[in-house]
Design a protein around this ligand. Structure first.
Ligand code: MF3
Ligand code: CO
Length: 251
């Protein structure tokens, strides 16, 4: 499949989908506190998306049963909200959310601390976030796609963290997952050339220990194999004609 270059009319709608999703994430961040369940987060997020005239794109996606992926501590991504899973002070929680607005998808993720968290956990979250920003410095028209991957990997390397290899970023548009796949680890090949009008979800997933992951019996929840903490940071970006990309899901 080819990488889709979006036209100006489509970009306007993707931008609006992403702007609304950023508002959802902003509200979700303020909602996080000890004592709430991961299901409470899903219910709140689902309501926000619908209030903003969006359709939750994760709900029923390949059978996924919720609107927000809520992944706690050693859970990497795709955690299933559960009313019995109560957030505790010191936990870290990754929230992945998306919506469809007028036919166009948006996708973004953040990891938050619950109350006061350890300095080690804080650093993992910050390095994961910064790795995204280092990666997208390379997201310029004319560059090769895997320059993004290599920049993320190079930034993370000195910290000794494990980069998740089994899940990758992707194109976003009329589908949640479009070509190309965007790895977060170093590549030998260069990858396709980056062009203006591409809309991409860049999403490093970084583990405090090794990068290996496994799937729980629910067939969704991805956890670190060694039980170490994991963080996730994702935005949908637009490749511009020149210079830096536009980050569409920032608040
Ligand atoms: N944001 C996720 C990703 O791009 C998609 C979650 S799909 C779901 O990897 F089905 F788990 F919700
Ligand atoms: Co994504």
């Amino acid at each position: 499949m080819a990488i889709i270059i979006k036209k100006e009319e489509q970009i306007k709608l993707i931008r609006e989908s992403c702007r609304r999703l950023a508002l959802v994430h902003q509200e979700l961040e303020g909602f996080i506190r000890p004592g709430i369940s991961t299901k409470d987060i899903d219910i709140f997020g689902d309501q926000l998306i619908r209030k903003l005239e969006g359709i939750p794109n994760f709900l029923h996606y390949h059978g996924y049963p919720a609107s927000i992926c809520v992944s706690v501590n050693d859970e990497v991504v795709h955690g299933i909200p559960n009313k019995h899973r109560i957030l505790q002070e010191g936990d870290i929680v990754s929230l992945d959310a998306g919506m469809i607005y007028k036919g166009y998808h948006s996708d973004a993720a953040r990891t938050h601390g619950v109350g006061k968290i350890s300095a080690e956990a804080r650093q993992l979250i910050e390095v994961t976030k910064q790795s995204f920003f280092e990666g997208i410095k390379e997201a310029k028209a004319g560059n090769h796609l895997y320059s993004i991957s290599n920049a993320i990997a190079a930034y993370v390397k000195p910290y000794g963290y494990g980069i998740v290899r089994d899940l990758v970023g992707h194109g976003v548009g009329t589908e949640l997952h479009e070509d190309p796949q965007i790895p977060n680890f170093a590549q030998i090949k260069k990858g396709p050339r980056i062009r203006p009008g591409m809309t991409l979800a860049v999403e490093p997933m970084i583990n405090m220990g090794r990068g290996d992951v496994e799937w729980l019996d629910d067939d969704w929840t991805v956890v670190t194999e060694d039980g170490s903490l994991s963080a996730h940071y994702e935005n949908t970006i637009l490749i511009t004609e020149d210079g830096e990309p536009e980050i569409l899901t920032l608040y």
